[in-house]
Design a binder for this molecule. Sequence first.
Ligand code: ATP
Ligand code: MG
Length: 585
Amino acid sequence: MRYLWPYRLTALGAFVGLMISSLASLAGPRILAWGVDDGVKALDLAVVWKSCALLVGVAAGRSVFGFLQGYWSEVASQGVAFDLRNAIYDKLQRLSFSYHDQAQTGKLMTRVTSDVEQVRQFVGVGLLQLVSALVLLVGSAVILLRANWQLALAALSVVPFIFAVLGGFIMRVRPRFGAIQRKLGALNTVLQENLAGAKVVHAFAAEPLESERFTVANRGLVEEWQGLIKVFSTSFPLIFFFSNLGTLLVFWLGGAKVIVGEMSVGQVIAFNLYLSLLLMPIFILGGLAAGLSRAGASAGRLFEVMDAEVEVRDRPGAVELGAVTGRIAFEDVHFRYPGMDKPVLQGVSFTAEPGETVAILGRTGSGKSTVINLIPRFYDVTAGRVTIDGHDVRDLSLDSLRRAIGLVHQDPVLFSGSIRDNIAYGRPDAGDAEVEAASRAAQAHDFISALPEGYATEVGERGSGLSGGQRQRIAIARALLVDPRILIFDDSTSAVDTVTEQRIQEALKRLLVGRTAFVIAQRLSTARRASRIIVLDEGKVVANGIHDELLATSAIYCEIVSSQLLGDEDLAPAAAAAPPAAGGA
Ligand code: ATP
Ligand code: MG
């Protein structure tokens, strides 16, 4: 209803159109009765002509207003669907990482598309029909009662039974429609995952398995529909039975009245037509009962997303992060992923001074990515605090906080569009020269220029058509272009060769002056160059210092250096203490 409100005038127009065409329908039988009794039976051709002309007028009126009703209700319902889709998309933008960690893409897509459509259909057709069916029902009941109350009561006596059946029907189908939308979501999830992972499927020759998985989901959907059809097919014959009983009663009682001369044949015919006008809205209500349950189930699913709590959001009175110096401190930070039992970070404390480049090292799963996820508030700490220039990040506006940070993810995502658009994602107004400068620093300019269409080259979904290392360099350029005071690289050069990595480091060295940077990397050169090294183990900081210092004092750091870091130091072959498979791309 709230979403329909902006379109209230259009909806009102549709409603008036519907009312006029419904009233015209009610006038029809009256005119016909008059034509039969005063025209045909009285052998008066003029009355027959007149009644015909009136019936044509009524039919024309029904068409014109029927058109207006159809057009306006479509306009209103499309408007509602447009706003609903936008609202749910906006909400999805604001929902926290923890929500997206659990939600399945296919299921969310089903809500944005199919569930919105169910609601739209009800708003566009169902809601108006519901109102008009009720008007028709009351109107024809009044007319019937006035025409002949005895016949009318006999005919109306079946209505409570019909409503009882309908009521039971609604109770039974609503949960089933919810289940159908869920099954549809499950089906879309299989589809979406399969398409996104097509290469893996082929690589493992898992096509038969995938087909089977889809068939199972598909069958689940069909079985749900079959269950629903059973409810339909047991309810509606019963409704038809009761309505036929009503017609029969009228024929019997009416026939008796004609025989004793209490009613004319024309009156009985008109009465029977009104009876069908009475039954029609009842059938419409029956159909709507299904539509209403379906729209209700879908609306429930939509508002589940719309009302989902946004865990990470601006506090009231959140302050804008102004000019950033770049001092970042973790103060006894504890963190547990929402819904998980095991803490991932346990009392992490360290400080990164402005201008420092901090390398975060540690075994896989030790919490490196988690630490840097807390700086832009992708998640909120469970205890302790993270500060930037002394401000708790939770007191800052999300917008200003995230604008101050340039981030290159472990697994960078590119969007469909040109390479230029991807690099300029954070600053769409950037000039070509700026885009090129950022690409040069990321060592991406050379390979981009070598492409036939250069910066205008379209990349596919998820950046297909580019190598892993090329994607990473575009992601680095994208982060650099925003010119943030704080830069975070999460294993961003894992897919480029050592020579390119070296060049990126050289370029970054100039760029990073005066900025605070966090680098998660598997290369010794990165660790050596860092102004501070933080070593994490099982969610705790186990070493904090510079390379030479840690080499002398920290056993765990020595172990990491010898076993983990790729020994590409200075690219000197002799210094290569690395395992044979080293070398990234
Ligand atoms: P890697 O070097 O492999 O990237 P990492 O040090 O970056 O590892 P994290 O990604 O920080 O490790 O993960 C730390 C722990 O948190 C792991 O045990 C992981 O299973 C868990 N974890 C990571 N992300 C989530 C999540 N979204 N929900 C629940 N647990 C998570
Ligand atoms: Mg990681």
